[in-house]
Design a protein around this ligand. Structure first.
Ligand code: GLN
Length: 492
């Protein structure tokens, strides 16, 4: 069977069940893609080639003996963002300070993938400690956008989005604190889901901003995203913020149709600063939604204008506290031959962290410091409540919201890295979902004449992932888009 790597997870399962391909064939297909193309893309920080092949061969043996129960992710290779702990596999957070850190345990999300015998393909590059929107702050190298190698893949989960876009993995895990799944999904033309806060356990996720962080999937189709979400979601006694809310059969839900759905379009998302090509694509989608018998209405999220300031205060404050643990004492990098304890702390942190992480620690420490706490951190918490109330209010009138995932198309490498504020502004449509804790899906709805993808963002009320996936699947079916061939691929 040729081009196995083009199959969706559902198609891979079927091919395995029908014995058209072996587990080894599947593993080989993705490892070959990685060998051929990841030199250009740079999605992976490490690849588990030998382990994956061995595990795939074991699965083949068991399957032939009739000893293997096939679950939805059995034998499916999945890439994992390098801020998610993997037992025995280096987990660096794309930071020099954790360059040689090997966790002694798996994150719950990873453990749940393994329970279905999914194969952990490798660890993906990201912005250092997930702080960034372009994967350029990685302490190791920059990932490139497979659709245009001169452009960024988005961030912070740039490697997780890029490996799916380059067909180097059928799915991956990323994290979303302020858009880091949805924005790179939009930039790379793949599907990405930020689940409700607490839907997926954070146990084993290296903390950035604990009240905002969530793990979620990337894949080629909405249904594949539904499959991975079902596997990783659910209560975990090791994360007290994980929810008891029952996990639905998200795959079944995707087929329920969207007739009569009430869809809102926030007027604040279509204002100035939005790229014309993106705006046009969104307007086309709203027309198609009407044809699909959805009702559309304009809604308002009046506190959107405070979103960036609020998010960057809360996220940096929590980050400055979470990152205090990297002191060179228990694990991670330690400066060689310090004169005393104080110098050990100072030099370890100065040498181990990159510029963006240092900027966040300084901003966050300032916002939390006595005398400024009330004016910044406390106030940001209050505005966060207002942002959340905006959403609760519109969800009394509509089922879901749609709009652009990002205000701009994927930008050129280096274009924004020297201007942090400009970089932060690209998160304007994504950060509010994190502040409110609601779920968000991004899926590709168009490719411009230059081949750059446009992402549609769908937001919904807490724990209504099924509804987002239903609408996402319906739009995907209606559009029938195909990702353009990658320019650097060998002609076939
Ligand atoms: N771009 C945002 C930031 O830099 C979001 C990061 C994220 O979601 N991890 O903080």
């Amino acid at each position: 069977m040729s081009e196995i790597w083009r199959l969706s997870i559902e198609e891979l399962q079927k091919a395995i069940r029908d014995r058209m391909v072996s587990f080894r064939d599947v593993a080989d297909a993705y490892l070959t893609r990685i060998r051929e193309y990841d030199g250009e893309v740079g999605a992976f920080l490490s690849v588990q080639a030998d382990t994956v092949l061995k595990q795939a061969e074991d699965l083949d043996r068991k399957y032939h003996r009739g000893d293997l129960r096939l679950e939805s992710l059995t034998g499916i290779p999945i890439a994992v963002k390098d801020v998610i702990s993997t037992e025995g596999i280096r987990t660096t957070c794309a930071s020099r300070i954790l360059e040689n850190y090997v966790p002694p345990y798996d994150a719950t999300a990873v453990q749940r993938l393994k329970e279905q015998n999914a194969l952990i393909l490798g660890k993906t590059n990201c912005d250092e400690f997930a702080m960034g929107s372009s994967t350029e702050t990685s302490g190791f190298f920059t990932t490139r956008n497979p659709l245009d190698l001169e452009r960024v893949p988005g961030g912070s989960s740039g490697g997780s989005a890029a490996c799916v876009a380059a067909w180097e993995a059928p799915a991956s895990l990323g994290t979303d604190t302020g858009g880091s799944i949805r924005q790179p999904a939009a930039f790379c033309g793949v599907v990405g889901l930020k689940p409700t806060y607490g839907r997926v356990s954070r146990y084993g996720l290296v903390a950035f901003a604990s009240s905002l962080d969530v793990i979620g999937p990337f894949a080629n189709t909405v249904r594949d995203v539904a499959i991975v979400l079902k596997a990783i979601a659910g209560k975990d006694r090791r994360d007290s913020t994980s929810s008891h809310q029952p996990v639905e059969d998200y795959l079944l839900e995707t087929d329920k149709g969207v007739k009569g759905m009430r869809v809102g379009i926030p007027s604040e998302w279509l204002g100035s600063g939005l790229d014309d090509a993106i705006k046009e694509s969104i307007q086309l989608i709203t027309k198609r939604l009407q044809k699909m018998d959805c009702s559309l209405q304009e809604v308002h999220l009046p506190h959107t204008k405070y979103a960036i300031a609020t998010y960057y205060l809360i996220a940096t404050a929590e980050a400055s506290s979470n990152l205090a643990r990297y002191d060179g004492v228990k694990y991670g990098y330690r400066t060689p031959r310090p004169a005393d304890l104080e110098e050990m702390y100072r030099k370890t942190r100065s040498e181990g962290f990159g510029d963006e992480v240092k900027r966040r620690i300084m901003l966050g420490t300032y916002a939390l410091s006595s005398g400024y706490y009330d004016a910044f951190y406390l106030k940001a918490g209050k505005v966060r409540t207002l942002v959340t109330q905006d959403y609760l209010k519109v969800f009394e009138e509509v089922d879901l919201l749609v709009g652009p995932t990002t205000p701009i198309l994927p930008f050129k490498l280096g274009e924004k890295i020297s201007d942090p504020l400009e970089m932060y502004l690209t998160d304007v449509y994504t950060v509010t979902a994190n502040l409110a804790g609601i779920p968000g899906l991004s899926l590709p709805i168009a490719f411009t004449s230059a081949g750059l993808p446009v992402g549609l963002q769908i937001l919904g009320p807490h724990f209504q992932e099924a509804k987002l996936l239903r609408l996402g699947h319906a739009i995907e079916q209606d559009l029938g888009l195909e990702r353009p061939r990658l320019a650097f691929e060998k002609a076939v």
